[in-house]
Every structure is written in structure tokens, then in C-alpha cells.
Design a protein around this ligand. Structure first.
Ligand SMILES: *Cc1c(COP(=O)(O)O)cnc(C)c1O
Length: 339
């Protein structure tokens, strides 16, 4: 194998040796299959292709200083996938089967797990799709669960740094009673235009307000938002945001650090009051926010006055990464160690 330049890996797809597959047929899940083929051969009338019966997940495996491999909170991803399955009428995959598939695919691709020193990791992408042929709008009778992996570089190549965002009102990512709380591809299709607008205008990502009133903060691109002020970690409560496992973990760590944690609607104007803010998710853990612009109202909420990440965000970021890499104890049993 050609040597991989671990510290310069992009966030992109690289072929690995194996993926794991599991079919749902005749009302039950089958055996896990290890597969080296990259493509899927599915029926052209599969429900995933026409009616969006598609769910996905995202998590990571890390190589520790001790050489051990650690997977971060796979049970939480399994449970979120079950919730998504419920939301779009797909059969739930049992937590144990999900975790076993993840372990199997990570183990089989062990040579693609970046070394500890690189700051890189192995991204794990599970997906579950309706493959049964259907033309009428009904859930499929057959499904395929696939897990593939790809090594990804450290998110912050030049060190932990801030980004700026722009509020987009022209497009909604998800409706208040829609599929925003589920991890489905359709939400991403709905976000592509807003995302392009933000990128074209030179921003890191688009920033969403609630779809109904355009008054409260929803999501920060495909990441959850949190703000910090008066020793309090504040994150939105909304019926259209994806429950981020990173956010849930940060809330716990914030509490352990002696911060108060609030989950409540956050009006846009409150952005002016935060001492620190960040976007959180598996890809970056925390992407600290420098500024959020509201172009239509000629407003700019400058959060990081000196352009640098704040001390609490920095502490939370390092704490979570330390648990993921096994540098610090894992008091909540978040990490699955495989050897
Ligand atoms: C996956 C995702 C997140 C982040 O969730 P994590 O579990 O922390 O990776 C946030 N928002 C959206 C829309 C997502 O799809």
C-alpha cells in the first residue's frame, strides 16, 4: 500500500479494504457480511432513490497513545438511527447489531486508522436504505444497512481556530414538524442551496433560524449551536434540530466543569450577549464562532472579539478529544475499546 500522509488527509472518501453489510428481508435482519466491493447493486425502483427512505450516521474511531482503538459512543448512534428509522418508517436495527457492525468494519480496516500523533481519525459512516422496489408511496419491504469507513485528517490543520457564519432566511433546512430531528439525506438536500449561498459569500457555513418564526436559533449548518455566557452553556431547544451526540457530551462535560447548562429557545438577538459560541458535531467536535452576520438586517454579531476561540470552548474541546483518544479517563463509559 502507498504510504498515507496522515496529517494532510482531507475530509473526503478514500477507499479502504472492507465494508460491512446487512440485509433486512422477510421481516428480519440477516447476518453481517464483510464485503470488499465499493458499489451497491440495487433495484432502480428502490424507495431510497425515489422517496428518500435513507438514514445515515457518523462517528469516529481513534488510535490512542497506547495503540488501542477507541470508538466514541456507538450506542448513542445506534439509538439515534433507531429514532430516524421510526421517523421514516424503516425497521429499527438493534443496538447490538449496529455496534457489532461498527466494530467489525473498524477491525477489518485497522491499517487505515491514523496514528495517534497525526491528530487524524477513522470516520465511520453507517447508512440504512430502502431497497425494495416500489412505485406507490409506501415504505419498502426490504432494506440494506451498510457501514463503511474512511480515514479523515484533523479538522483544524492550523490549530483550533474560529469561523464566521451567515444567517440565511431564504431557505429552510427542516420544518418544525418535519424531519429535522432525524438524520436523513433529505435534510441535506434541502440545505445545499443555503450552504452554497454562504460559501459563495465567503462564510464557513450557513446559520439557520427556526423555520416558522425566523426568530430563534436552530442549527449552524449541519452542526448544533451552543453559546457561553455568565458561566452557562446554552444550546437551543427546537423541534427541528438534530440531537447531536457531541453536543450531549459537551453538556455533560460543561456541567462537570461547574457550568450551568440550559436548553431553551435562543432568540437571535441573544447572540449579541454570548462571550463564546461554537458549532459542534463529530467532524470538528467544536468549531468556535468568530462572527454571525445577518445581512438582511445589516447586523453582525461579533462573538470572538479578538478572533480567537474562548477559554471555555478550548477547555471543552481538549477535554472531549482527550477522552476520545484515551488520554484521560472515560468516566461515563462513552468509549468502546477494541483490541
Ligand atoms: C450529524 C449532525 C449533527 C452532529 O451530530 P453529532 O452526533 O454530534 O455528530 C448536527 N446537526 C446535523 C443536522 C447533523 O446531521
Amino acid at each position: 500500500m502507498k504510504e498515507i500522509d496522515w496529517s494532510n488527509l482531507p475530509f473526503g472518501y478514500m477507499r479502504t479494504d472492507y465494508n460491512v453489510r446487512c440485509y433486512y428481508r422477510d421481516g428480519k435482519w440477516g447476518e453481517l457480511e464483510l464485503c470488499s466491493e465499493e458499489t451497491l447493486n440495487i433495484h432502480m425502483a428502490a424507495t431510497c432513490l425515489h422517496y428518500g427512505q435513507e438514514a445515515f450516521e457518523g462517528l469516529k474511531a481513534f488510535r490512542g497513545k497506547d495503540g488501542k482503538i477507541r470508538i466514541f459512543r456507538p450506542e448513542a448512534n445506534a439509538e439515534r438511527l433507531q429514532s430516524t428509522c421510526n421517523g421514516i418508517l424503516m425497521p429499527e436495527l438493534p443496538t447490538e447489531l449496529f455496534c457489532e457492525a461498527v466494530r467489525k468494519v473498524v477491525k477489518a480496516n485497522e491499517r487505515f486508522i491514523p496514528p495517534y500523533e497525526s491528530g487524524a481519525s477513522l470516520y465511520i459512516r453507517p447508512l440504512l436504505i430502502g431497497i425494495g422496489a416500489q412505485v406507490g408511496v409506501h415504505p419498502a419491504k426490504e432494506y440494506l444497512f451498510v457501514v463503511f469507513v474512511t480515514p479523515v485528517g484533523p479538522y483544524f490543520k492550523g490549530g483550533f481556530a474560529t469561523n464566521s457564519y451567515v444567517i440565511i432566511r431564504q431557505y429552510d433546512r427542516a420544518a418544525p414538524l418535519g424531519t429535522g430531528i432525524y438524520k436523513v439525506g433529505g435534510n441535506y438536500a434541502a440545505s445545499l442551496r443555503a450552504n452554497k449561498m454562504a460559501h459563495d459569500a465567503g462564510y464557513a457555513c450557513e446559520f439557520y433560524l427556526d423555520a416558522k418564526e425566523k426568530k430563534y436559533i436552530d442549527e449552524c449548518g449541519a452542526a448544533n449551536f451552543f453559546g457561553i455566557k455568565n458561566n452557562t452553556y446554552v444550546t437551543p431547544l427546537s423541534s427541528s434540530i438534530l440531537p447531536s451526540i457531541t453536543n450531549r457530551s459537551l453538556m455533560q462535560l460543561a456541567e462537570d466543569m461547574g457550568l450551568k447548562v440550559e436548553r431553551r429557545p435562543i432568540p437571535e438577538e441573544e447572540l449579541a450577549t454570548f462571550e463564546e459560541a461554537g458549532a459542534c458535531g463529530t467532524a470538528a467536535v467544536i468549531s468556535p464562532i468568530e462572527r454571525i452576520d445577518d445581512l438582511e438586517n445589516q447586523k453582525s454579531y461579533v462573538i470572538a472579539k479578538d478572533g480567537k476561540p474562548g477559554p471555555i470552548s478550548e477547555k471543552l474541546y481538549h477535554k472531549l478529544r482527550a477522552i476520545q483518544y484515551g488520554d484521560e479517563p472515560d468516566p461515563y463509559g462513552w468509549v468502546t475499546v477494541i483490541d
